[in-house]
Design a binder for this molecule. Structure first.
Ligand SMILES: [Zn+2]
Length: 423
């Protein structure tokens, strides 16, 4: 072995991380998106002089269990304890949640004698619909400022990070849950095994667990690299989900593919010993689709990095050429995912002058790192940009409908992902 090889090996071993599910050493890159600041911190002008921390967005595929994951560089407590994301601000997400509650009440016969617990319940955006249906609920939410909004709406909320210990305490205080749900939280859990163990503990022997999370297969196929950010530690296929849940005595008995967040899964699970829920053909069918896409071996994970690079080049080329022609470009939205897109592509306010957002918590602040200012949506009507880049592209239909007025001055919409599209 040459000295150089020895040095390289030494460094790899020194910096290697362990898989957060199975503990194997992570050596295979899924994609390396460079350095990025924490995406849900929106600095005010007074914060600029403090500087910002950047962390690597280097995603690995576990060679043993195929869990795609980021290492934890920042403690979850620091990310989520004062979290500015309020789910209630998206109309389509509210409709989605209302439909979910109605359909769960019908399918699992929930009543005033049932107990529904939502983990990461945010501002009560979902549980409010169970309250209307007179089903008793409890939210568990780590961000105190967000939980306070839920309490004000009449949704009892426990301010804690969920895990096995909190689950045991809840069982002792309140009993087990008939329906336990976690939407867009599984990806954000640093200690995956402790979290899933907590789910099993809190679930009634005949209860149902539902989890919604972005589907890794869709992320790969639709090139959704900007959904990779520090708050999302893990990226799940159904194959991996089944493996993780089953390691904790939970059996997946049904799965639905949803269009939310660029393509998500809703997984239904129960305790492994519960025979009242027959495993539906949907589970084997989707696992077969994932196998066919190569997700049961390393092959299916390899092409992603290259397609991401191509998207970056095309997007930057479009913006540069538009700016050189004297066009004005604004953004719409300040979602977490915009930080990844803008940093990986090296885009600042010289290319996108400003963005707007409906959330009053973000207005008057700036996107992290790039310091692109965030205004009230009226700014678009006032400044009449030639192009509006829709940063939360998963809501593009809703946003384009709201912003039809930009057509009055010949304005056009730009969606960067899966590939640059101007309409
Ligand atoms: Zn693993």
């Amino acid at each position: 072995m040459s000295t150089l090889t020895q040095t390289v090996r030494h460094n790899e071993e020194h910096t290697a991380h362990a898989c957060r599910f199975c503990g194997s050493t992570l050596l295979r890159t899924f994609v390396d998106l460079g350095m990025s600041p924490l995406c849900e911190t929106y600095p005010a002008a007074a914060d600029f002089r403090k500087g910002e921390m950047y962390y690597p967005l280097h995603v690995y595929t576990c060679g043993h269990c195929f869990l795609v994951q980021l290492a934890e560089y920042e403690k979850a407590e620091n990310i989520f304890s004062d979290y500015p994301y309020f789910s209630s601000y998206s109309d389509s997400w509210l409709r989605h949640s209302e439909q979910y509650c109605a359909s769960m009440q019908e399918r699992f016969a929930l009543s005033k004698d049932s107990f529904v617990v939502e983990v990461a319940s945010n501002d009560g955006y979902l549980l409010q619909y169970f309250v209307r249906l007179q089903v008793p609920v409890l939210g568990v939410e780590p961000a105190a400022n967000v939980a306070k909004v839920a309490e004000e709406k009449g949704i009892p909320t426990l301010v804690r990070f969920f895990g096995a210990q909190v689950a045991q305490q809840l069982v002792a205080d309140r009993g087990c849950a008939d329906l336990l749900l976690g939407n867009n939280v599984l990806a954000q859990v640093p200690d995956l095994n402790d979290f899933v163990e907590g789910l099993r503990i809190l679930l009634k022997p005949n209860g149902v667990l539902t989890l919604e999370f972005p589907h890794l297969l869709r992320l790969i196929e639709a090139n959704e690299f900007d959904t990779i950010y520090h708050e999302h530690f893990s990226y799940f296929s159904l194959l991996t989900t089944v493996r993780v849940l089953s390691a904790h005595g939970l059996r997946v008995f049904d799965v639905e593919e949803l269009s939310t967040h660029g393509g998500s899964l809703r997984v239904y699970a129960c305790r492994a010993e519960n025979t009242s829920h027959k495993t539906q053909p949907s589970v084997a069918r989707l696992i077969e689709t994932e196998r066919a896409a190569g997700l049961a071996s390393l092959g299916g994970y390899k092409r992603f990095a290259e397609q991401v690079k191509e998207t970056k080049f095309a997007f930057v080329e479009f913006l540069l050429s538009a700016v050189r022609q004297g066009k004005k470009i604004a953004g719409y939205g300040a979602p977490g995912k915009s930080a990844t897109l803008l940093h990986y592509c090296g885009i600042g306010k010289d290319l996108i002058e400003y963005t707007v957002d409906r959330s009053p918590f973000k207005q008057g602040r700036f996107l992290p790192g790039t310091h692109i200012p965030i205004y009230h949506p009226d700014r678009i009507r006032e400044t009449k940009p030639d192009y509006v880049v829709i940063l939360p592209w998963n809501l593009k239909d809703e946003i384009m409908a709201q912003l039809q007025f930009v057509r009055e001055w010949g304005g056009r919409f730009v969606v960067p992902i899966p590939k640059v599209e101007v309409s």
